[in-house]
Design a protein around this ligand. Structure first.
Ligand code: ADP
Length: 182
């Protein structure tokens, strides 16, 4: 069976990764595709329960998500990962584990927009010093230098992001078809 694409949505907390993942899943399911969303918050409540936010733990969290994404992808399931993966070496690890189907999508929003949205109240808590090592406030986020796609949620709505992601998936599929025909 052909490997399906893995779209890794990286970006600050509150940038819109989970929201875009949900909308994209609905769109793909509507077209009859098999899709799985691996959401960082959900993974941390289950598969990665007990892991913290040290570099070692963040790396292990990414490794587990990437291994799961690879397993699903090899079974023909399109995988949408919504996980911060703050450092470029974390994303490099994911890329190495997943291989060719990996696509990096930078869900970009300014820190001030993310902080204004503060969906989970975490920025307020981080500013009060109640959350240690909070990405973008007290821990580093390295923006991807060469993502396969950048969606800017400070300037565009969710539907623009979904359309761009659908176009990216179509390009991946076209490439795969060309490989099969060669
Ligand atoms: P993340 O998964 O990156 O932490 P979430 O998807 O949980 O972010 O939260 C993003 C919040 O920002 C949601 O409340 C969403 O409705 C809002 N939002 C505003 N504009 C956009 C946009 N263009 N794309 C995605 N989310 C947006």
């Amino acid at each position: 069976m052909d490997e399906a694409s893995v779209l890794w949505l990286t970006g600050l907390s509150g940038a819109g990764k989970s929201t875009i993942a949900r909308h994209l899943r609905a769109c793909l399911v509507g077209r009859g595709a098999a899709v799985a969303v691996l959401d960082g918050d959900e993974i941390r409540r289950g598969l990665s329960q007990g892991l913290g936010f040290s570099d070692v733990d963040r790396r292990e969290n990414i490794r587990r998500i990437a291994e799961m994404a690879r397993l699903l992808s090899t079974q023909g399931i399109v995988v949408i990962v919504a996980a911060i993966a703050p450092l470029s070496r974390h994303r490099g690890l994911a890329r190495n584990i997943i291989g060719a189907p990996y696509r990096e999508v930078y869900v970009k929003a300014s820190l001030s927009d993310c902080e204004r949205r503060d969906v989970k109240g975490l920025y307020a808590r981080a500013r009060r010093g109640e959350v240690v090592k909070f990405t973008g406030v007290t821990d580093t986020y390295e923006p991807p230098l060469n993502p396969d796609l950048l969606v800017d949620t400070s300037t565009h709505g969710v539907h623009v992001a979904v359309s761009s992601l659908m176009a990216l998936l179509e390009r991946c599929q076209a490439k795969q078809t060309v490989r099969q025909l060669a």
